[in-house]
Design a protein around this ligand. Structure first.
Ligand code: OSB
Ligand code: MG
Length: 370
């Protein structure tokens, strides 16, 4: 499929409430969107890099720069006949920048699938038409505020709660949520690398609360530390930041560093590598779930398609649009009985609402592929 060029669009969307993690507080989502355009179809990609390099080394301005200066120019020789899988091949010689690469691949894959009339979910191998929705609940200024937020999400129908934790905000919020909502609540925690192995004794106290998992307690390059910690905990260790590829997932599993994996397509360089992470984990009997990066409806549509693969046996952080934004840039994803429907139209199956998109766009540029 021929691609003439890409529109890079920066959008700025206020979050419905501040989202605090161990690495910082976000009040808005500053997102980079890509539109691949060719004579046969156009397709959308969303870059999940955040405003600052606090979750991973990428950030949105840096992603825009690498896309403009290196990634799109590397596609030029293949622009007359591009496919989703060809994108990673063309970009392989450029080191790093998985989130930027993932956005480019997603836009091309979406265009290719729209041109051929196939849904991304079918292409990836989905086995479900709807996926169970969990929600990631930020660090709050008080336990009361946290309990009110969790109560609201449970009323809305979310089937699993993830609490963000950090040293000083761990046992107390977990205990409070367990006591208030009971032992049947599917509950897990995410530390975003905020602990060290010397915190093992404190983290082992979480074992009393029947958590589904503890996500990324230690730094991303500390697989041995996670393996040592996993041996000291009954709570399963899940990795997020550490799993940067299918190979990294295989290594982590072989080392005993995790029993569960959070799959984020941006973090691993795209939906095709995300499927390989899923495949490696499934081959080892390791359950996976789909993480989130506060995506707009564009990225959410693709995540929901991925989450419909057979190995995604745990509820993901694929929440409804209104958990993030007053107005999404696509038709909103809504919770029905605790689930989101997997889009069934061609490609990612959703379109941006032009008026909504224009109202949040802060910058747009066209990059032709000559
Ligand atoms: O660690 O999973 C994470 C959001 C931004 C960056 C990292 C993470 C998160 C979340 C929210 O937990 C997931 C979502 O609802 O999109
Ligand atoms: Mg995480």
């Amino acid at each position: 499929m021929k691609v003439n060029g890409f529109e890079l669009r920066r959008v700025r969307m206020p979050l419905v409430a501040p989202f605090e993690t161990s690495f910082g507080t976000q009040t808005e989502r500053d997102v980079l969107l890509l539109r691949a355009a060719g004579p046969d179809a156009e397709g959308w990609g969303e870059c999940v890099a955040m405003g600052s390099p606090l979750y991973s080394p990428e950030w949105v301005d840096g992603a825009a720069a690498v896309i403009r200066e290196f990634l799109l120019p590397a596609l030029v020789p293949a622009a007359a006949a591009l496919t989703g899988p060809a994108v990673a091949e063309q970009l392989a010689k450029i080191k790093g920048h998985p989130m930027a690469k993932a956005a480019v691949e997603m836009a091309v894959l979406d265009a290719e699938l729209r041109a051929s009339g196939m849904a991304l979910s079918s292409y990836l191998g989905a086995v479900r038409t709807r996926v169970a929705a969990g929600v990631s609940v930020g660090i709050m200024s008080s336990i009361g505020e946290l309990l009110d937020a969790v109560a609201g999400y449970l009323d809305a129908g979310y089937v699993r709660i993830k609490l963000k934790i950090k040293p000083g905000w761990d046992l107390q919020p977990v205990r409070a949520v367990r006591e208030r909502f009971g032992d049947d609540l599917l509950l897990q925690v995410d530390a975003n690398t905020a602990y060290s192995l010397s915190d093992a004794r404190q983290l082992a106290r979480l074992d009393d609360f029947g958590l589904l998992l503890i996500e990324q307690p230690l730094p991303e390059d500390d697989l041995r530390g996670h393996a040592a910690l996993a041996a000291l905990l009954r709570t399963p260790v899940c990795l997020d930041e550490s799993v940067t590829s299918a190979r990294a997932a295989a290594d982590a599993i072989a080392l005993g560093a995790c029993r569960v994996v959070n799959v984020k397509p941006g973090r691993v360089g795209g939906y095709l590598e995300a499927r390989r992470v899923h495949d490696v984990c499934s081959a080892h009997g390791v359950p996976v779930w789909c993480g989130g990066m506060l995506e707009t409806g564009i990225g959410r549509a693709a995540n929901v398609a991925l989450a419909a693969l057979p190995g995604f046996t745990l509820p993901g952080d694929t929440s409804a649009s209104d958990r993030y934004f007053d107005r999404d840039i696509t038709a909103p994803f809504v919770l029905r009985d605790g689930h989101l429907d997997v889009p069934s139209g061609p490609g990612i199956g959703v379109e941006p609402d032009q008026a909504a998109l224009d109202s949040v766009t802060t910058h747009s540029e066209w990059i032709g592929l000559e």
